[in-house]
Design a protein around this ligand. Structure first.
Ligand SMILES: [Zn+2]
Ligand SMILES: [Zn+2]
Length: 368
């Protein structure tokens, strides 16, 4: 028998069963008048969960159980009244800060801020916290200063002599962030184009969040389409030429996807197994890049519960964003969803006119 004949078709990790339509309906939870957006037609505009096609894909390795809407309500601290009483969720701010230098011709930070605002429907502010981020070639470490404390701070760094590549340990950035979280922060997120790691065995880490402290740090270094990496050496990468507009477009989509996925985690939303969704886990960069920009109905319902945005208005704003930046796949998906929601609005309006007419008839009858 040839080797290929012995190869098993690629399936989910042992124990994982993709949810059937009843399990998906249960995950969405009981609906009432206030969330009549989640109709069958609306839900069918989302693509089903993808099967693993690569042995490193997330669901080929992790037996995710899924977080239903009900489970989210129980688990998420922000849902509970004591947090809402302290300050309504949507009145707090998402703070973003840049760590180190970025090339704004390539990394469209302005759009990333705009997108985060639209996506979450809360205030987003970009603030400067780190300065003088510098490489010390003698000590082979990165250092920086914080605005309030002008002493230079060394960051835990690893360096490879043959490629001259370095990585900063993500916890040394988190430690600094923890000192300066603004009082009205829903979260504080540092973004960098420098490569990060956590443990010595890591190839790299895209980022790390500390939910309890509401802080996170993420690197877009490996999201740059000009770079290719191998699976065995953290210090090895190749540069290839990619047209500047394409580079900027891809980096914009990838950074918007990563940041919104991670902020959702900070807000208590877990990995998704119900649809093809922004909150699906990803086991490697290719899988990450292929995932959708949008939340499935289950996760959208969770976010609406927190931020109270109007789903139709938010989709319209997202449509404007993706149209402006010429991301046509996302434009197409949003147009389909908006058409469904507009139809639903029209039907509701017609129904309320009929209801009003019936009330008038009843009143007239009573007058007789
Ligand atoms: Zn995740
Ligand atoms: Zn989802």
């Amino acid at each position: 028998m040839s080797r290929d004949h012995r190869k098993k078709p690629l399936g989910y990790v042992r124990g994982f069963r993709p949810p059937d339509s009843i399990a998906i309906q249960n995950a969405l939870g009981k609906l009432d008048e206030s969330n009549n957006v989640f109709t069958d037609e609306f839900c069918s505009s989302f693509l089903p969960l993808s099967k693993p096609t690569n042995e490193n894909d997330w669901l080929a390795n992790y037996n995710e159980h899924g977080q239903t809407y009900e489970k989210f309500l129980k688990e998420c601290p922000f849902v509970h009244s004591k947090f809402f009483n302290a300050k309504p969720f949507d009145e707090k701010t998402i703070y973003l800060t840049i760590f180190g230098k970025i090339d704004e011709n390539i990394f469209d930070i302005e759009s990333l801020v705009d997108y985060t605002k639209i996506f979450f429907g809360v205030s987003v502010k970009l603030i400067a916290l780190f300065s003088n981020v510098e490489w010390d070639d003698k000590k082979r470490v990165w250092s920086c200063t914080m605005d309030k404390n002008k002493n230079s701070i060394n960051l835990h760094t690893r360096y490879n002599k043959s490629t001259h590549h370095s990585q900063i340990c993500v916890t040394s950035i988190l430690k600094l962030l923890k000192r300066v979280v603004p009082k009205d922060a829903r979260c504080l997120v540092a973004l960098t184009m420098y490569d990060l790691y956590l443990d010595d065995s890591d190839l790299f880490i895209a980022g790390l969040a500390e939910g309890n402290s509401h802080i996170a740090a993420f690197s877009f270094f490996r999201y740059d389409p000009c770079l290719t990496f191998n699976d065995s050496d953290w210090f090895y990468f190749k540069k290839k030429s990619v047209e500047e507009t394409i580079r900027r477009e891809q980096l914009r989509l990838r950074s918007c996807r990563l940041l919104t996925h991670e902020i959702n985690h900070l807000f208590g939303i877990g990995h998704c197994i119900y649809w093809s969704c922004l909150m699906n886990g990803s086991g490697h960069l290719e899988e990450d890049f292929s995932q959708p920009m949008f939340l499935c109905p289950v996760d959208l319902r969770k976010l609406v519960t927190l931020t109270k945005f109007n789903i139709k208005k938010r989709y319209e704003e997202l449509l404007e964003f993706f149209t402006k930046h010429n991301h046509l796949d996302e434009v197409k998906m949003l147009e389909i969803k908006l058409n469904i929601l507009k139809k639903l609005d029209d039907n509701n309006r017609k129904r309320s006119i009929i209801d009003d007419d019936e009330k008038i008839i009843v009143k007239r009858l009573r007058r007789k």
